[in-house]
Design a protein around this ligand. Sequence first.
Ligand SMILES: [Zn+2]
Length: 244
Amino acid sequence: MNKTFSLYRLQLLDTQRIQRLKRIRFIDQTIASDKALMKARRIVEKAAREHAQSESAVNEIQRKVEEKTLKLKLTQSKLFGGKISNTKELQDLQAESEALTRNIKKLEEEHFQALEIAEKTQAILKRAESNLQSIIDEKATENSLLLGEREKLLGQLPKINSQREALRAQLDPSTLEEYSKLFKNKAGLAVVEIVDDACKACGVELSPSEIQQAARPEVLLKCKSCGRILYKPDISSKKTDNQS
Ligand SMILES: [Zn+2]
């Protein structure tokens, strides 16, 4: 058994495992947070509040118009009813009638303006609601894609794990410990290939005797510059190297 080849394979499996676990975690976080959706919901809530306010302003003015109109009718029926003959009283009724008419006219203008505002807030609300709906639809597709991906990744883990365990069982504890330390300290790159007689990670050139040593199955040769375990790919496995 070639020790460095086993370690190289183990590193590949460890990397695949970590990548899948990271992606699964990312998917879980993405689905849980949904920031765009929360923002769209808040916008709809705000627009709904503003539209409700503008509608109640319209109703309030409408109520006042009706109230004043009724009062005007009463005043005018007194004024023209023929029951009152006192000039002062008639003059007062006339003045009141005129004041009410002016008041109603002013309220009607306000009513018109309030209606315009309500129309605008309604349009804003409609736009916000349709935006929210499209985000909900979009998220449903996106989430189902993500959940599908998650399931696929999760399904790949048992095979990776069992291959990992089988490889680890073949290696002695001290080699495994050394590898684990390097894997942690060298950002997941503990074992590196020798490419063109140099360390693939740091590029330092290796002497012919070092290359010979690295090719021996039982030797763990480390790069004198970066400290990683050097792996001399077999000629028979060369065809898969450096192609991706
Ligand atoms: Zn190196």
